[in-house]
Design a protein around this ligand. Structure first.
Ligand SMILES: NC(=O)c1ccc[n+]([C@@H]2O[C@H](COP(=O)([O-])OP(=O)(O)OC[C@H]3O[C@@H](n4cnc5c(N)ncnc54)[C@H](OP(=O)(O)O)[C@@H]3O)[C@@H](O)[C@H]2O)c1
Length: 214
């Protein structure tokens, strides 16, 4: 992995990704809506010798996304090697119970923000001459896992297709695009499934359902 500048919109997996990248000697800029948490992390990373900065940003806000990328452009002299679109959220409900507000919020957080971050990052990624975009998608965007998250799943499926399109469209600019699709990882995000799955089922794929949905 080349050393360079990284922007990581996200947090729990953010700790792991920030520390992995910063441990390799790269400069990372991350973001969070939680100022207190960010202010706790930044000095800890500094003590570890990591070069990590951070901004407060709610990626649902178009203006805040633009401000974030302006900050990154300023800090990294107009060049960015990797954009990691890690932000994600879900609300677990049967499809018929979702409201239009749920739909807007989940699509905005999981899909629109990543789409717009790519648009904003494009000139910086191109300027680096070795750009890479990583989308954190989900197995739920590939197969139906029946945990009451049809909007989340649709958004993650769209993220996968977005990644494929950018591969073709931006390869000429030396920008790679990849989508990572994790299975369950115990984080605050998976608490949302607790009302749907029994504890014994929560982190285990139902193999027959996966096969059926292919
Ligand atoms: N955990 C799993 O089982 C699993 C499986 C497949 C895919 N994923 C994907 O992995 C990624 C990371 O999720 P996670 O499991 O680490 O969950 P998490 O602990 O809930 O982390 C999600 C992070 O996204 C950030 N975020 C959410 N909405 C945001 C917003 N509007 N503006 C800015 N930041 C926002 C939050 O940061 P702040 O609260 O600090 O703002 C939060 O820390 C997500 O894309 C998720 O869909 C997770």
């Amino acid at each position: 992995m080349p050393l360079g500048h990284y922007l990581l919109p996200c947090v729990v997996t953010r700790y792991a990704v920030v520390e992995e990248l910063a441990g390799l000697g790269v400069t990372v800029h991350t973001c969070s809506r939680n100022e207190a948490q960010l202010n706790e992390c930044l000095p800890e990373w500094k003590v570890k010798g990591f070069r990590v900065t951070g901004s407060i940003c709610d990626v649902v806000s178009r203006t805040q996304r633009e401000e974030l990328m302006s900050t990154v452009s300023y800090m990294f002299n107009g060049k960015l090697n990797i954009l990691i679109n890690n932000v994600g959220t879900t609300k677990s409900k049967p499809t018929l119970e979702y409201t239009s507000e749920d739909f807007s919020y989940l699509i905005s957080t999981n899909l629109e923000s990543a789409y717009h971050m790519c648009q904003l990052a494009y000139p910086l990624l191109k300027a680096s001459e070795a750009g890479s975009i990583v989308f954190v998608s989900s197995v739920a965007g590939v197969v139906a896992i029946n945990t009451g998250g049809s909007i989340y799943s649709a958004a993650k499926g769209a993220v996968n297709q977005l990644a494929k399109n950018l591969v073709c469209e931006w390869a000429k600019d030396n920008i790679r695009s990849n989508s990572v699709a994790p299975w369950y990882i115990r984080t605050p995000l998976t608490d949302t499934y607790s009302n749907i799955l029994a504890p014994s089922e929560r982190f285990q794929p139902k193999r027959e359902e996966l096969h059926e949905s292919r």
